[in-house]
Design a protein around this ligand. Structure first.
Ligand SMILES: [Mg+2]
Length: 319
């Protein structure tokens, strides 16, 4: 019997998505499964749909974040997928599984944190569910819209420059420290709605970095049918990550995950716009490499051009 851990998260999803691709695409399903969010057109306007779950002892442990920060985190992790399409949220559903021993005040604070984060992004919480379970699990479904162009993972072309918003490696390092029992705080995922919206008109492809830069750029490569070359020296490393890990920081940051930054593939003729766009994004924008022709795959090179060996591509729930 083949088990999920033999197949891995991504291979299983890829097979499922292939099965669903026989589903009639038509005018009502604009982007089906396999991207950051689905795009449907039930009426005149295109709507974005995405869902995500945070589970205690998988994505976080009790005490890593305050209840309010956990609610905020659940929203931001989900909204990151809408930002990666150039969209923003309009309505949210929140389904919570909680152990009966959970303090009511804890749940109240979690939902308040979620509502405040949603409200600050222009989204209303319009429904949800509460059920008993052995651990805390938070499932979010978001409905969204895009003011302009909707960008998928699939439009990248050889020659495109790859950019990353913000910094990477900081959240991954915090998780590693917390897992090791050291004191610390899991940082809030960044909010990149504005960056996604500003970059969408000029991007060939976008994806958010949830499971590690190398792994998520790999998803973009497979969807676009290209390969990627990343430069270790160009990665925008979080200061704490650079200080703590020194020479090992680039490979760690490229594979750590939990960054929730955006990766953007921009055609060469748009590269001059990056500097001009930067001040409008609310975060830095760093050029980290290029898409190249070849079978989908990601190489990280050091300053001398040598391909760096990576311990793993990123996070897989089952592998
Ligand atoms: Mg995503």
């Amino acid at each position: 019997m083949r088990r999920l851990r033999d197949v891995g998260e991504y291979a299983w999803i890829a097979r499922f998505v292939r099965d669903l691709s026989s589903q009639r695409r038509g005018a009502r399903i604009v982007v089906g499964p396999g991207d950051d969010a689905a795009v449907v057109r039930p009426g005149r306007r295109a709507l974005l749909l995405t869902t995500d779950t945070l589970i205690e002892n998988v994505h976080f442990r009790a005490g890593w974040v305050s209840p309010a920060a956990l609610g905020r985190r659940a929203f931001r992790v989900s909204v990151s997928d809408l930002a990666a399409m150039g969209g923003g949220p309009t309505f949210a559903l929140l389904a919570i599984e909680a152990p009966p021993r959970l303090a009511v005040g804890h749940l109240d604070a979690l939902v308040r944190g979620f509502r405040a984060a949603a409200g600050a992004s222009g989204a209303a919480l319009v429904g949800g569910n509460l059920t008993a379970g052995s651990h805390l699990a938070i499932t979010v479904a978001l409905l969204g819209e895009a003011p302009g162009r909707i960008v998928t993972r699939a439009g990248g072309r050889a020659g495109d420059a790859l950019y990353v918003t913000g910094t990477i490696g900081g959240a991954g390092l915090a998780v590693r420290r917390l897992r090791a029992g050291r004191r610390g705080r899991l940082p809030d995922p960044p909010l990149r709605l504005r960056a996604g919206r500003e970059l969408a008109p000029f991007a060939h492809a976008m994806i958010d970095v949830s499971d590690g830069l190398v792994q998520d750029v790999g998803h973009l490569c497979r969807a676009s049918g290209v390969a990627a070359e990343l430069e270790a020296a160009s990665l925008p490393l979080a200061l704490g990550c650079r200080r703590a890990l020194g020479e090992a920081a680039p490979t760690f940051a490229a594979t750590a995950g939990e960054d929730y930054e955006l990766v953007v593939a921009m055609p060469p003729r748009r590269e001059h716009l990056a500097a001009r766009l930067s001040p409008r994004l609310g975060c830095r924008l760093s050029r980290v490499g290029r898409l190249v022709a070849g079978p989908p795959g990601v190489r990280l090179r050091d300053a001398a051009g040598r391909v760096l060996a990576l311990p793993r591509d990123g996070f897989d729930h089952f592998a």
